[in-house]
Design a protein around this ligand. Structure first.
Ligand SMILES: [Zn+2]
Length: 280
């Protein structure tokens, strides 16, 4: 398998698996559930770099339970194509000639800004389509996955933010069984649940692996002490995307179209986490 930052194998899976398109089509064909215009959980800026209309993007987010949508606040904008550069520390580049490979695509990114509203960037895939690296249907799947991944980071931020200087405390959630827990503790709880399994996806295996009594993180920044929570946040972002879309790209063939087949308790946790009510 290629490096987790290279989407080469992921693209091949999407291109060659019609079930993946069908699952996305079902989401795009659904009628709106909770998402109504008055709920401005997602502020979408105009862009030529989206693979979807605004309504389609809202339908993808509307697949999340109502209580998760209430916890979501983010601004979304589109930007030109971006890749990971060559070298030890992956740095984004908009020059394909400097990319570590034409398939080392960065689909999306999130920035936690001072005003408290996370900013999601969706990077265009137009150059990759033009260069016949992937087809439009795969571009749509990549962008749908990227959107759900970043939206989950925005939801997780309500807990994760507490460990950073100058940020507000974590929000408090009430889980469907009545238990109240801070969103930060919920993330730590997910860290315990995920530690007994392999990473959800090829991408999240970039960040961590199970260590026997917890997780071992990779690519840690020695100047930061948030490496564990970062790995948890990335794993949960991939897990919510897999839960919502019904597929994931992993080396485990059986899990590609049935992502939770070996981990029902992870699925239960994610369902409860997304359905947890915002208390304060
Ligand atoms: Zn991420």
């Amino acid at each position: 398998m290629t490096n987790p930052l290279d989407m080469c194998d992921t693209i091949a899976f999407y291109e060659n698996t019609p079930e993946v398109d069908k699952k996305l089509d079902v989401i795009l064909g659904q009628t709106f559930g909770f998402y109504v215009p008055k709920v401005r959980s997602l502020c979408l800026a105009e862009s030529e770099h989206y693979q979807f209309s605004f309504a389609q993007m809202r339908k993808i987010v509307d697949k999340l339970p109502k209580n998760a949508q209430i916890r979501l606040k983010a601004k979304v904008s589109g930007n030109p194509d971006l890749w990971f550069s060559n070298g030890n520390q992956p740095i984004p580049t908009s020059d394909i000639d400097k990319a570590r490979s034409p398939t080392a695509i960065i689909p999306s990114y999130i920035e936690f800004s001072a005003d408290g509203v996370p900013k999601i960037q969706l990077y265009g895939l137009g150059k990759s389509i033009e260069n016949v690296i992937l087809t439009t249907k795969t571009a749509r799947i990549i962008q749908a996955e990227g959107l759900l991944h970043e939206v989950t980071h925005a939801i997780n931020w309500l807990g994760r933010r507490e460990i950073y200087n100058g940020q507000p405390k974590s929000t408090i959630l009430q889980f469907p069984d009545g238990e109240k827990m801070s969103a930060l503790d919920a993330l730590k709880e997910f860290g315990n649940v995920m530690a007994t399994h392999s990473p959800m996806s090829h991408y999240s295996s970039f960040y961590w692996e199970p260590s026997g009594n917890g997780i071992k993180t990779f690519h840690d920044d020695p100047n930061r002490d948030d490496n564990d929570i970062r790995a948890i946040d990335e794993e949960l972002a991939e897990t919510v995307a897999a839960y919502t879309l019904g597929f994931t790209f992993t080396s485990n063939l059986e899990r590609r179209l049935d992502p939770f087949v070996d981990r029902p308790e992870v699925k239960t946790f994610v369902r409860n986490y997304l359905n947890a009510k915002l208390v304060e």
